[in-house]
Ligand binder design. Structure first.
Ligand SMILES: [Zn+2]
Length: 117
């Protein structure tokens, strides 16, 4: 079956499920795809990593629960826009997850930080 390589566009003979003329084009394609993907995600990844570092710094290594002023997070330029997930407890309050950490904002303005061990 004649088809065109997804990478170099040259015609080649191959099974219908083959996309590339050879291993070099296949590797190059996946390398470029990884690069495009990491360019698009690295900025947000570093915000999430930074947020986790801030929570870890505030909590310390051994605590699993801490209530503090929201100002502490604000001063460290914590970014509230991004999180890895969220859940709502039975009182309707939202936990914002940052990997193994979670925080909950109160109007006081206080923040509860918990860490899953
Ligand atoms: Zn090719």
């Amino acid at each position: 079956m004649k088809k065109n390589c997804k990478m170099c566009k040259q015609e080649f003979n191959g099974r219908s499920d083959k996309l590339f003329c050879g291993i070099a084009c296949k590797n190059e394609y996946h390398h470029k795809l990884r690069k495009v993907n990491s360019d698009a995600t690295s900025r947000i990844d570093s915000i999430l990593h930074r947020n986790r570092s801030i929570l870890l710094e505030i909590m310390g290594k051994n605590k699993t629960r801490l209530t503090t002023s929201k100002m502490v997070l604000d001063r460290k330029k914590f970014n509230y826009t991004y999180m890895t997930g969220y859940s709502i407890n039975n009182q309707g309050k939202t936990y914002h997850h940052i990997y193994d950490f979670s925080y909950m904002l109160f109007s006081s303005p206080k923040v509860l930080i918990v860490r899953k061990k």
